[in-house]
Write a new protein. Structure first.
Length: 299
């Protein structure tokens, strides 16, 4: 059999006259790759948002135990004994609230306080809930604090925290395929800033659902929803967004939330006023705020 004849063919004579250009082809390739990446990130993120809440809650707890160390800052604080008493009081009230919220089997919340003067609170992975001192200073009743805890517990109950985190982790995983080192750094930053992610807020529907759960828990515990109304009045106005831009905010407007609360309470035959129980003394005796090197009740 005669072997095939090999030859070096000359390039086409019209090579330099053709319209296609290597840089143009490269541009198309880059554009197609970016489009594919965008679709991959979108699909992966949405899939993870759907899947994350359906994973066993134990996975969240294991992640929380690696990322957070709730006791370390208590032991190191100057008022360790008072800090432990505050957390015990918060946990005791949270347990009472959770008992009327029909949490799934095996789900438990762990509550702690934070010395920051932010007027806020958040729930994050593994049922961890943290309340800032700035908000505690503004609450004047157990009912208001119970409503706050019920709202955050609702986010945990419906796995809305997992959905938010799952989406972010999915994006990180996709980035890891492109640049492993950058993906690893992004993952570390994501887990390390879990609190900040939680503070970014949930969808408006999720917030309404949490409000409804807080209303039901307040009525079940105290027979009225006055604590939830009091809580709304001290919370910042929907992330400080300008008036008339409620559709831009993740949280429904406070006026809207109060109106919805009153309507739901009326439909259920619940009252908006009732017995008010002061906060436990340990939750009112917070460390003073340091302003310009001097202790003060507020800055």
């Amino acid at each position: 059999m005669t072997p095939p004849r090999l030859e070096n063919r000359l390039p086409p004579e019209d090579l330099l006259e053709r319209d296609d250009h290597p840089l143009r082809e490269l541009a198309w390739l880059v554009a197609a790759s970016l489009a594919l990446l965008a679709v991959l990130v979108l699909v992966t993120g949405l899939s993870a948002r759907w899947l994350a809440p359906r994973l066993p809650f134990e996975y969240e707890v294991a992640l929380a135990e690696r990322v957070f160390d709730e006791e370390k800052d208590v032991v190191a604080s100057a008022d360790a004994a008072a800090a432990r008493e505050r957390r015990a009081a918060l946990q005791a009230l949270a347990d009472r609230v959770a008992a009327v919220m029909a949490l799934p089997p095996g789900m438990k919340v762990v509550v702690s306080d934070d010395p920051s003067e932010l007027v806020n609170a958040y729930a994050t992975v593994g049922g961890r809930i943290r309340v800032f001192h700035g908000l505690l200073r503004k609450l004047d009743s157990e009912q208001a604090l119970a409503a706050l805890l019920a709202h955050e517990i609702a986010h945990v109950k419906h796995r809305q925290v997992a959905a938010n985190m799952g989406h972010g982790l999915a994006v990180v995983l996709v980035l890891s395929v492109i640049t492993p080192e950058g993906g690893a750094q992004a993952a570390q930053g994501l887990l390390g800033s879990a609190a900040q992610l939680a503070l970014l807020g949930y969808s408006r529907d999720a917030e309404r659902q949490a409000d409804a759960e807080a209303l039901a828990a307040s009525v079940a515990l105290y027979g009225h929803a006055g604590g939830l109304a009091a809580l709304f009045k001290v919370m910042p106005q929907a992330e400080g967004a300008p008036a008339g831009t409620a559709w831009l905010r993740s949280h429904p407007d406070t006026v809207e939330r109060l109106a919805a609360l009153k309507a739901v309470a009326a439909a259920r035959g619940a009252t908006m006023v009732g017995l008010v129980t002061p906060l436990p003394a340990v939750l009112r005796a917070l460390p003073p705020v340091v302003c310009g090197g001097r202790a003060s009740s507020s800055c």
